[in-house]
Design a protein. Structure first.
Length: 207
């Protein structure tokens, strides 16, 4: 079976290697660093925050945790690719959480990127997500379909990245998108609203 991309370890091995645990946004993570120094964060009403923090983060098809949920952080986050492939969708949040940037179509500004190793296809190794953007990541649909059709090994389909958060991650600066917020974003675009409803935070991973 031809691999979709370089993925030298299975998802179970990656979870064991990096001591990953289930993440509330779906996927798996481990905290790898948090600074001891503090600053007043201009992104969080000047509240005291550690200077920075970093985690490993894994989305995997097997175990089933291949689609994240829409959420927002006030801090900036640099994403660094290690292996696999993952699709990111970013949506400009309405004030006061974000700047409320609009697209030429009139809806919220939306950006998409794929983190991966194939730069010839526009995949990126680094992705900066500034504070004030709704974010969701997922294993691309075509990769999930390849596993379902027997063209790829589900244990070697996923994405391992690092996230470096500046100032450091704090749950007080984190927001899960609600259905009400989604309706406000796409109040005059019902098709887009329905498309993103699947990424609203729920009790179990979505597939």
């Amino acid at each position: 079976m031809e691999p979709l991309y370089h993925y030298p370890r299975t998802n179970e091995q990656l979870i064991e290697d990096h001591k990953l645990e289930p993440h509330p946004e779906n996927g798996f993570f481990s905290l790898t660093w948090i600074a001891s120094e503090e600053v007043s964060s201009p992104l969080a009403e000047d509240k005291r925050r550690k200077i920075g923090s970093s985690i490993y983060y894994l989305l995997s098809l097997e175990p089933n945790s291949s689609i994240g949920v829409l959420h927002l952080n006030k801090s900036h986050t640099m994403h660094l690719h290690h292996c696999g492939r993952t699709k990111y969708t970013l949506i400009s949040a309405l004030p006061p959480l974000g700047q409320g940037l609009r697209s030429s179509r009139g809806g919220p500004l939306i950006k998409r990127a794929v983190m991966g190793e194939d730069t010839s296809k526009g995949e990126v190794r680094q992705l900066m997500v500034e504070g004030g953007w709704w974010k969701v990541s997922e294993i691309p649909k075509e990769d999930r379909e390849a596993v379902r059709e027997g063209r790829a090994d589900g244990e070697r389909v996923g994405a391992l990245i690092s996230e470096v958060v500046m100032p450091a991650f704090d749950w007080e600066d984190h927001t899960f998108m609600t259905q009400e917020q989604l309706v406000q974003l796409f109040h005059d675009q019902p098709e887009e609203k329905n498309e993103y409803m699947q990424y609203i935070h729920g009790p179990s991973p979505l597939e």
